[in-house]
Write a protein that binds this ligand. Structure first.
Ligand SMILES: [Fe+2]
Ligand SMILES: [Fe+2]
Length: 189
């Protein structure tokens, strides 16, 4: 009898590999955003309880701001170029939503809102670095940070639990391929 291991070695069997598509790429990036949100959220919580500015908090906030400006901005650009316009066409064709309730516009507005909150957080943290006793700047920063910590996770949750599953059902294979290629091209530049 041929040992099973020898038998397997002789066969040319290769396990089928699932091709990565646009949804895998977009959802994969959400994991990175969630990871980056952890130290940011901890720093904000420390600040909220102590109401005392510390240089370490400045470093964490500036790291998150840099991550947002480089990585999150690239992710939202991917969605704005390769996801929302494509699914928007299919939503209109299928009359899934009336024009007022189509989610595209408010989802894109959330991208802009999050970016402007992050910009304000960057400016306020620089101000606090110069003036650690500035209570007004501290309260404003906490307000901006709480907005990000509420909007950003909810935004990703809406995409993962509602928009991407619906797009997986609605988009023809060619659209998924087009979106995937577009995202890959955007990252090869
Ligand atoms: Fe998004
Ligand atoms: Fe997203």
């Amino acid at each position: 009898m041929i040992p099973i291991i020898l038998h397997l070695e002789k066969s040319n069997y290769t396990a089928p590999v699932k091709k990565i598509d646009c949804f895998d790429i977009l959802e994969g990036f959400h994991h990175e955003i969630r990871d980056a949100l952890v130290p940011f959220s901890q720093a904000i919580s420390t600040l909220q309880h102590s109401r005392k500015w510390q240089p370490l908090i400045y470093t964490v906030i500036q790291n998150f701001k840099s991550f947002h400006e480089a990585e999150v901005a690239a992710h939202t650009r991917d969605e704005e170029i390769a996801f929302y316009p494509i699914i928007g066409v299919r939503w209109r064709e299928s009359k899934t939503f009336d024009t007022i309730h189509a989610p595209t516009e408010y989802m894109l507005r959330e991208h802009t809102d999050i970016a402007s909150h992050i910009h304000a957080i960057g400016l306020l943290s620089e101000m606090l670095q110069q003036q650690p006793a500035n209570k007004l700047a501290l309260e404003a920063l906490l307000g901006e940070a709480q907005a990000v910590l509420m909007i950003l996770p909810l935004h990703m949750q809406k995409e993962e639990q509602f928009l991407f599953p619906q797009a997986r059902k609605l988009l023809p294979k060619e659209d998924v391929e087009t979106a995937t290629t577009l995202i890959q091209q955007l990252h090869s530049k």
